[in-house]
Design a protein around this ligand. Sequence first.
Ligand code: NCD
Length: 350
Amino acid sequence: MSSTVTLNGIELPLLTGDPNTWLRSSLVSVHQITTDGLRILFDRASVLQQNNVSSSTAFDLDPKTLVATVFYEASTRTACSFQAAAVKLGAQFMHVDSNHSSTTKGETLSDTIQCLACYADAIVLRHPTTGSMYSVLQQQRINKPLINAGDGIAEHPTQALLDVYTIQKERSGKGMDETMTLLCLGDLKHGRTVHSLVQLLATTAESVVWSKGLTIKYCAPKGLEIPDHVVHAIQEKNLKVVQEHYEDLDVALKNSPGKVILYVTRIQRERFPSETAFEAVKGSYVVDAKLLKQYNETIEMVLHPLPRVDEIATDVDEDPRAAYFRQMQNGLYVRMGILSLILAKAKATS
Ligand code: NCD
């Protein structure tokens, strides 16, 4: 089996159960992650979670390790959890906010990243332009690992990793007796977290989250449907994954014989061409306590990458099935796991 995958013309390493495949590697897409790669990462995240990130572990980094978080779009959870992860592993971070960098003087993204690669040991990048990660990687002089923290509307692989970790944790003890349904709701056109999640789950659900099969339901307002290329990428793999499309949430839920994991996303106002276009779809869906009661037997868990706006009412927060705050917390452990694998002090010996 090839140990690399070529995406957008760039050859990237597959990240497997061998920790050396992660060492100094860039993490740009979920297509790099194998099932064993997911297992090694989740085992680490679990150890770090049990340790309550309070004391040193074998996964600690060299204290001189420096992680740059470079954000050209707003972020609370992703930026802060990467920064916290670096610090909790004994390393350090520097944050670059594009509003206060030489970007404002007209510097290109590649030049900025090349500069930061001179100082930091890894670069965590978020950028609004789809494909930015690949254009940065084309620049041969950037010789430090690049971690995709949100590539336009394309992918957000570390969010998908923490989403699948959360599903695994929340389902632990539930057994493999059912086919799992993941119902993705909201702005599926612009929702990069969904694009990464469905592709990661499609390849790993059976062995990682103990599901016998997977049905993915996409429920979106007209015009905000899941892009065809995401659906086709899953179809092409010939997996036992069923994909269905809905506009009406009730219909999507009524057509679900088994348990449903509801993955809610916000309508991404900043990505609309005009305020009028946004107003037309704003508030399309609201998940509230009444809906959870009505589908008490169906909805097993509610996830959301956050931030939420109005698509999940606060009356859902106290329901034990509301897993989105635990999901947010898990982001720290999973990102600690990612940094500890990519920036480990030395090669692992078997
Ligand atoms: C998401 C993102 O940035 O894509 N947020 C996150 O990273 N947790 C989702 C969003 O902004 O709606």
